[in-house]
Write a protein that binds this ligand. Structure first.
Ligand code: ATP
Ligand code: MG
Length: 306
C-alpha cells in the first residue's frame, strides 16, 4: 500500500457497499497527514463524503484540513452541464435552424444511458488538468464497478469514434475547399481535434502505472470476489494495470462467540481464496470496526490498517 502514496492519481473502485468511500477517505486523510496536498473526489450523488467527514462538501468543494480538500460531483448535474456545453459549442458553428433540429436529439442524448458517464469523464479530465499543479495526490472515490468500468473504457471508445468523425469532416472540408478555391480553418474540425487530444491525454494518464493506480475494495465474500476478478480482467484487457485489492470488513481476532467464530471461519476461507487469486496484489486487510465509520478518529483507525 505504501507505494500508492507516491502516485498522482488513485482510484478506489469495487462492488457496491464494500467500503470504497471509507477506504478513499481514510487513504486521503493519511496521505494529507504525510504532508501531501490531497484532493478527494467523489461522484456519489448521495453525498457520502459529506456524511463521513460530517461536513458539507458539495460540488464547490471544501477544505477539510490543512492539506486535505474534497469535492462531490453530482452526475446528473454534470450531465446537464455537459449537454448545455455541447449545445453552446455547436451554436458557434452551425446555424440556428440546424440547432433547433438538433435540440431534440441532444435532449434525447441527455436521457440516454452513458451520458452521465461521459459527463463525469469530462469532469474527471477537467479536475486532473486543473489539479495537476495544485495537488500532490488526487483520490477518486468511484461508483460501483459497472459504472466505473464503462467510464474508464470511454477514452478509447470515444477516441475511435472521434477519429472517424475527424476523417469524415476532413473529407467534407477538402471538397468544400476544392469547390470554393479558398482554404478555411474549419471550426468543427478544431473542436473535434481538441476533444481527441483531451481523450488521448486522459488515456495516457489512466494507463500510466507510474502515476495512476486502481485499487479494488472487496469484502471476503463470494460475490465481491467474482466481481473484482471480472473487473480486473476487463481493466487489464483494456490496457489499465490494476495496482491491487484491499480486503475490508475482516472480523477481528478479538470478536468472540459461536456466531462470530462461524463467520470468521467462512471469511477465512474467502480470504485464503483472495490471496490465492490476487497474490501480491492484496495490499491490505482491514478489520471490521465495532461501529460504522465517520469522523476523523474512526477514519484514522482504518487508515492505520491501510
Ligand atoms: N471496516 C469497516 N468497519 C465497520 N464499518 C465499515 C467498514 N467499512 C465500511 N463500513 C461501513 O459500511 C458502510 C458502507 O461503506 P462505504 O460507504 O465506504 O461503501 P461504498 O463501497 O463506498 O458504498 P457505495 O457502493 O454505496 O458507494 C458504511 O456505513 C461504512 O461506515
Ligand atoms: Mg461510496
Amino acid at each position: 500500500m505504501a507505494a500508492l502514496f507516491d502516485k498522482k492519481y488513485v482510484f478506489f473502485g469495487g462492488k457496491g457497499g464494500t467500503g470504497k468511500t471509507t477506504c478513499a477517505a481514510a487513504f486521503s486523510l493519511k496521505a494529507s497527514e504525510m504532508k501531501k496536498k490531497v484532493l478527494l473526489v467523489s461522484t456519489d450523488p448521495a453525498h457520502s463524503l459529506s456524511d463521513i467527514y460530517d461536513t458539507s462538501i458539495g460540488p464547490k468543494g471544501a477544505q477539510l484540513s490543512d492539506n486535505l480538500f474534497a469535492i462531490e460531483i453530482d452526475p446528473e448535474v454534470e450531465a446537464k452541464k455537459y449537454i448545455e456545453g455541447i449545445k453552446r459549442q455547436l451554436s458557434g458553428v452551425v446555424s440556428n435552424v440546424v440547432i433547433e433540429a438538433l435540440q431534440k436529439q441532444i435532449d434525447a442524448a441527455y436521457m440516454s444511458p452513458g451520458s452521465e458517464e461521459a459527463a463525469i469523464f469530462d469532469k474527471f479530465i477537467e479536475i486532473m488538468e486543473s489539479s495537476e499543479k495544485k495537488f500532490d495526490l488526487v483520490v477518486f472515490d468511484t461508483a460501483p464497478t459497472g459504472h466505473t468500468l464503462r467510464l474508464l473504457s470511454l477514452p478509447k471508445l470515444l477516441g475511435l469514434w472521434i477519429n472517424s468523425l475527424i476523417e469524415k469532416r476532413k473529407n467534407a472540408v477538402k471538397l468544400l475547399e476544392k469547390a470554393s478555391g479558398v482554404k478555411n480553418d474549419d471550426p468543427v474540425l478544431r473542436i473535434l481535434q481538441n476533444r481527441k487530444n483531451m481523450f488521448e491525454k486522459a488515456w495516457n494518464i489512466l494507463s500510466d502505472f507510474r502515476q495512476t493506480a486502481f485499487v479494488f475494495v472487496l469484502t471476503p465474500e463470494r460475490l465481491p470476489i467474482f466481481e473484482t476478478e471480472r473487473a480486473m480482467q476487463y481493466l487489464e484487457h483494456s490496457g489499465i494495470k490494476v495496482a491491487g485489492v484491499v480486503v475490508n470488513g475482516v472480523i477481528p481476532q478479538a470478536a468472540e462467540g459461536a456466531f462470530m467464530n462461524k463467520r470468521r471461519e467462512v471469511q477465512n476461507r474467502y480470504i485464503r481464496e483472495i490471496h490465492g487469486k490476487f497474490k501480491e496484489k492484496v495490499l491490505a486487510e482491514i478489520d471490521l470496526l465495532d461501529e460504522d465509520i465517520w469522523g476523523i478518529d474512526n477514519l484514522r483507525r482504518i487508515a492505520e490498517m491501510l
